[in-house]
Structures are given as C-alpha cells and as structure tokens.
Design a protein around this ligand. Structure first.
Ligand SMILES: O=C(O)CCC(=O)C(=O)O
Length: 271
C-alpha cells in the first residue's frame, strides 16, 4: 500500500493525492455503525462541540489511526518515524449549513517544518453535493495570511480564512466510503455545506508527523504510530476497550490543543 513514484510526485507538485482505497465500503460502513452506536451511548463524548481526538477515547477509532493501510501511504511521504498529532471527526448532518472556510492547516498548528500530512478517511459518500473537501492545487507553496471570521456554521475552530481561490483552479476530492485523501499542511482547502440526504463524515488524521517536525508554541500530546519518537512532543497512550479509562488523556490532549489552536484568538471554545 505504499505510494508509487508518480503518486508521490503528484502530492509534491499539487499538495494532495486522492483517492486511495483503504478499506471496502462495507468495512467503512461498519465503522460508521460503530461511531453511531458510540454517539448514542456516549453523547457527552461525541457531539458537535466535541469531535477532536476521539481516537483517544474510542478503541475502534484508535485501530483506524494505526492501520497499515493508512500509515503505509503516509510513510511514503514522511518517512518511517511517525507520530499522530490529533484527529477531527468532520461531521456534516444531512442538508445542513456546516461548511469549512478556505484555510491552510499549518497556519494554526504551532509546528515548525513541513514533514507532516493529513489523511482524511471517508466514512460516508463525500461528494460535491454532500460538501466534500475541495483543494487549490499548488497552493501549499505559499504561506498566506488568515483572517478569523468565527462564522456560526463554519466548523473550523475560529472560522479562519484566506482569500477564495479561483473556482476554475479548485479540485473537489470526491471519495467513496473507505477511501482517503492526503493533503499537505499548507494546502489551501475548504468545503461547502452538505445538501445531500446522507450524513457526510470524514475522520481527519491531522496530522501524521514525520521526523524533523518541531514545536513552535504550546504543548502537543501525540500518539506514537511507528519508529522513533520525537522528544519535542508529549506521548500519550491509545485507549483500551473501555471508553472511560482514557477519558482524562483525551481531555488533557484537547486542553493543550485548544491553547495552541486558539493562540491569539478573540473567541474560544472548549474542544
Ligand atoms: O472535512 C472538511 O470538510 C474539512 C476538512 C479539513 O479542513 C481538514 O481535514 O483539514
């Protein structure tokens, strides 16, 4: 499942690569069912305001983040030493207004270096109609200024945005359940509201960090995925089968993450 030379070149030139078949639609649907059971049984742990780092509480998500079918292609881009910084469940309910403004992840992660990549795994169909992730190819080569907008339906932490790219340049990363996309930390991307009758759910592993990534500000609670750990980071364990045992680990990781993501922000919320 490693990437070919052409696929790596595509990523380096355009800042993204997709689609990658990770698992069958049936397996992705099983994950979705598990997620929906968890939403029902642990509503305090999974809801619209609490979608960061759920892999630190739920073992079915922990298994996904270390799955070789995801980590092998990632290793093709960032090498054998891999830590996971965070995850976000990007959920857009059917026919809802939730959207994501055009932004570059690297701008607010408090990390130095560029040897990291986000893997976005579709658990439901991610199409133009349902508000798939859209990207501006080649935009990872320029670091842009962001403005915080705090829009009500904008599901980014502070509604940060850059100028919209030319619509003719934009590529829509449509994915079937079980497929993933990979994007560079400085790639301009965003997404539109879900106008379909299905939930649009992606698990963003944001990001897998390779060797040489450093801390610019704050404390970063990460999980060891493969190879050598990075002494700049605080390593935390993945959960066992009881979602309550690791809850404090997730709470602490989210506390640290919030202080990085909201650095200098006028409005904040608990993650
Ligand atoms: O899921 C979305 O619509 C946006 C995802 C995103 O911004 C990201 O994965 O970095």
């Amino acid at each position: 499942m490693t990437l070919t030379t052409e696929q790596i070149e595509h990523y380096e030139t355009h800042g993204w690569f997709a689609p990658i078949d990770v698992m069958s639609p049936t397996e992705a649907n099983d994950l979705l069912q598990e997620l929906e059971r968890a939403e029902e049984h642990s509503p305090d742990q999974l809801h619209a305001e609490h979608r960061n780092n759920a892999h630190l509480s739920f073992d079915f998500l922990a298994s996904v983040v270390v799955d070789d079918r995801i980590v092998d292609p990632v290793a093709s881009l960032i090498g054998p030493d891999i830590s996971l910084w965070s995850t976000v469940l990007f959920v857009k309910e059917p026919d809802s207004d939730a959207w994501v403004s055009w932004h570059q992840d690297g701008h607010y992660m408090g990390l130095g270096g560029e040897n990291f990549v986000t893997a976005w795994l579709a658990l439901t169909p991610s199409t133009v109609e349902s508000g798939c992730v859209s990207v501006a190819p080649g935009s990872h080569r320029t670091r842009l200024d962001h403005v915080d907008t705090y829009g009500v339906s904008n599901i980014l932490t502070r509604g940060q945005r850059v100028e919209s790219p030319d619509p003719d340049d934009v590529v829509h990363l449509e994915l079937e359940p079980g497929q993933m996309s990979l994007h560079h930390p400085w790639l301009v991307h965003g997404s539109q509201p879900n106008r379909s009758r299905n939930r649009r759910i992606g698990l963003a592993m944001q990001s897998y960090l390779g060797a040489g990534v450093s801390v610019q500000r704050g404390e970063h609670h990460v999980v060891s995925v493969r190879g050598e750990p990075n002494p700049d980071f605080t390593y935390v364990p993945l959960p066992g089968s009881d979602p309550t045992t690791n809850r404090h680990v997730r709470d602490e990781a989210n506390r640290a993450l919030a202080s990085v993501l909201y650095d200098g922000a006028e409005q904040t919320r608990r993650l």
